[in-house]
Structure formats: structure tokens, C-alpha cells
Design a protein around this ligand. Structure first.
Ligand SMILES: CCCC(=O)SCCNC(=O)CCNC(=O)[C@H](O)C(C)(C)COP(=O)(O)OP(=O)(O)OC[C@H]1O[C@@H](n2cnc3c(N)ncnc32)[C@H](O)[C@@H]1OP(=O)(O)O
Length: 337
């Protein structure tokens, strides 16, 4: 990991000495042998994106890796970095259980983001942190994160994970794009669009359960299901870090779920307004998780989306919610992703 100056880095992603949360037998998920991981490159999410530079007590600086075409900062990056900053000031026996964020200004990809942490309260079992992400002297995100000491309880239930094909039986987005690109009759404009998508250096891997029809109007599909994991190796590490990675991942393509019932409309302007997450169980963000996304409501140029991140053994890892502004126009072609 590249060392940062001035007091080192926050996520200290190796965390090899960190205490891990106790595991129940169903928590033991080992889908890829450790030997195979070691051949992979370390995830850029932990070497760079979530590796904040510590400037002072409770003050950090984060830089950008992948910037979306909108040229505003990716919301998941800001939430993930805010959670890294918050987690740095809580003790090792506390785990993030929820966060609530508002995106109040568009992030500027030309300058870094400062994260200022307020130690709101240290309780007996719960600890709360407030984080302001700042650019040009003004907040772009306000985030509240709460951490909890593990406390066993007889109350325990969850929904059941949807039955879907396993990731090994599905293609990645890149493989799907290559398949389209191999079609000789593909229009030049479509080819250019797909090549642009390929050039995206998104640090996460995705396998859609229902492969998108990039250039045909899809049948109205109300639920989005895809397998997702961080690119590269993160390792058992500590659970706080996996939550930060999941926060990053959870915002990717999330708001688009609210457009699924409207294949004839394309977003002219879309931006997430808020983002909330609840962490339920231990998981590894560098292992395949099923992201089940649905939109219970849209109206008034806004849409609400809700998501569930499932471990592949059927354990509910996290739940997410987001509202976004969606200003659309009528089109004859569907969106490209
Ligand atoms: C989908 C990707 C997921 C993401 O990661 S998004 C990244 C994370 N989220 C964000 O960056 C959002 C940050 N927050 C913000 O930018 C602002 O708070 C937010 C949501 C724009 C609201 O700020 P306001 O000042 O109230 O802005 P606004 O809504 O009035 O204008 C925003 C742009 O929309 C335009 N607009 C306003 N009313 C419109 C209308 N009726 N029809 C079409 N366009 C309209 C308005 O001109 C403005 O455009 P522009 O930014 O000036 O180019």
C-alpha cells in the first residue's frame, strides 16, 4: 500500500492485527480458496479510494479514482470515505450498523474532499459520529454513522434471498459488452457508446442476473438483480473496512432502479439526494454478493429505491435506501445501461 504523508492513512487497510467480530458457523463463507486471492491484485478500493490521508485529529483527505460521466463525484465514494473517517475514531469492538447521509452539493472531481468528524456521542453500547465532507469550504455531504457492540439476542429473522443463477453461470458487464461488440452489424454510435463503457475503470465487478439489452427497449422489469464484488483482493481484514467498501458498492447503478418501469424515458438529470444503510451481518465485500434492488415509488421528479445485499450463502448482509432526483425525457431508444 502506498504510504501517505502527514500522519499516515486512515483505513490502514491491512488491519491484520484487528479484532474480528465473532463468527457464527453460517458466517464462514469461503467461496474462493485463499490461494486464488493471493494471485489477484489488491483492490484499488483499499489501496487508494478508501485510504484516506490523516491531516489532523478527526480530519482526513480523500482523493478520487473513478469519476462518472456526469463529472460530479460518485456518491458511493463520498459515503464510503465518510464512513472510513467516522470508523477511524471508534474502538475495534464496535461495528457500523447504520448510516444516514444527505448529498447537499455536487462533488467537484478536480479537488480532493476533506472529511471532518464530530464525535457526537460515545455510549455504553452505541457510538455515533457525524461527518461533513467538504470541498471549497462548503459541505457536499453530511453523514451520521452509528456503531454498535455485538450483543446476541434470541430475536433473529430475515427475508429469504431470491433464487437466481450463481455468478459462475453469468457473464460480467465487460463480457456482455464484448459480446455485443463482436456483432458485425452493430451501429457505429452504439459501438462508440459501448467502448466508452468499457473504458470505465469502475473498481467493482458486476454480473447482471438479467443481462441488459444495451440497444433495445427492454421489457418492463421492476427489480434489478446483480452479483457484485470489489475488484481485487481485500481479505478477511476487518469488518469496518468491508462496510466502507459495501457503502461504495451500494450506490452503483442503484438509483437507475427507479427508471426500470419506464423504458421509454431517459434521465436528463439524475442525482442521489440521500443514502441510508443498515449492516446486519458479517460479509466479505471482495466475495460475490447479490444486490437486489427495487423501487417502491416515484413521483414529483423523485424516485425511491431500496436494496438488499445478500451473501451468497443466503445471509442478509445489508439493506440500503436512497431517494434521488430524476428529471426525464421521452426517448425511443433505451438507456445504455
Ligand atoms: C445517479 C448517480 C448516483 C450518484 O452518485 S449522484 C452523486 C451524489 N449526489 C449528488 O452529487 C447530489 C448533490 N446535490 C446536488 O447537486 C444538489 O443538492 C441538487 C440535488 C442538484 C439540488 O440542488 P438545487 O440547487 O436545488 O438544484 P436544482 O434541482 O434546482 O437544479 C439542478 C439542475 O437541474 C436543472 N433543473 C432545475 N429544475 C429543472 C426542471 N424542472 N427540469 C429540468 N432541469 C431542471 C437545473 O438547471 C440544474 O442544472 P445545472 O446543474 O445548472 O446544469
Amino acid at each position: 500500500m502506498a504510504e501517505r504523508e502527514r500522519g499516515g492513512s486512515t483505513n490502514n487497510c491491512d488491519h491484520s492485527g484487528d479484532t474480528e467480530p465473532p463468527k457464527s458457523p453460517e458466517d464462514e463463507s469461503s467461496e474462493r480458496p485463499e490461494a486464488q486471492y493471493t494471485q489477484d491484485l489488491k483492490s484499488v478500493l483499499i489501496t487508494s479510494v478508501l485510504n484516506l490521508e490523516k491531516l489532523d485529529v478527526d480530519l482526513y483527505r480523500g482523493t478520487h479514482h473513478w469519476v462518472p460521466r456526469s463529472q460530479r463525484l460518485f456518491g458511493g465514494q463520498i459515503v464510503g470515505q465518510a464512513l472510513v473517517a467516522a470508523a477511524a475514531s471508534v474502538s475495534d469492538n464496535l461495528y457500523a450498523h447504520s448510516l444516514h447521509c444527505y448529498f447537499v452539493r455536487a462533488g467537484d472531481p478536480k479537488v480532493p474532499v476533506l472529511y471532518q468528524v464530530d464525535r457526537t456521542r460515545d455510549g455504553r453500547s452505541f457510538t455515533v459520529r457525524s461527518v461533513r465532507a467538504i470541498q471549497h469550504g462548503q459541505p457536499i455531504l453530511i453523514c451520521q454513522a452509528s456503531f454498535h457492540m455485538l450483543q446476541p439476542s434470541p430475536l433473529q429473522h430475515q427475508f429469504t434471498m431470491p433464487v437466481v443463477p450463481q455468478p459462475e453461470d453469468l457473464l460480467t458487464v465487460e463480457e456482455l459488452i464484448h459480446r455485443y461488440l463482436s456483432k458485425p452489424d452493430l451501429a457505429k454510435k452504439s459501438r462508440q457508446g459501448l467502448n466508452k463503457l468499457l473504458a470505465n475503470e469502475v473498481p467493482i465487478e458486476i454480473k447482471p442476473v438479467h443481462p441488459p439489452h444495451f440497444y433495445r427497449l427492454p421489457a418492463a422489469e421492476l427489480r434489478k438483480l446483480f452479483w457484485v464484488r470489489a475488484r481485487g483482493y481485500i481479505g478477511e481484514g476487518n469488518m469496518k473496512l468491508h462496510c466502507c467498501v459495501a457503502a461504495y458498492v451500494s450506490d452503483y447503478a442503484f438509483l437507475g432502479t427507479a427508471l426500470l418501469p419506464y423504458p421509454n424515458y431517459r434521465a436528463q438529470f439524475s442525482a442521489s439526494l440521500d443514502h441510508a444503510m443498515w449492516f446486519h451481518n458479517t460479509f466479505r465485500s471482495d466475495e460475490w454478493m447479490l444486490y437486489e434492488c427495487e423501487s417502491p415509488w416515484a413521483g414529483g421528479s423523485r424516485g425511491l429505491v431500496q436494496g438488499r445485499l445478500w451473501r451468497r450463502d443466503g445471509v442478509l448482509a445489508a439493506s440500503c435506501s436512497q431517494e434521488g432526483v430524476l428529471r426525464v425525457k421521452l426517448v425511443t431508444e433505451p438507456s445504455k445501461l
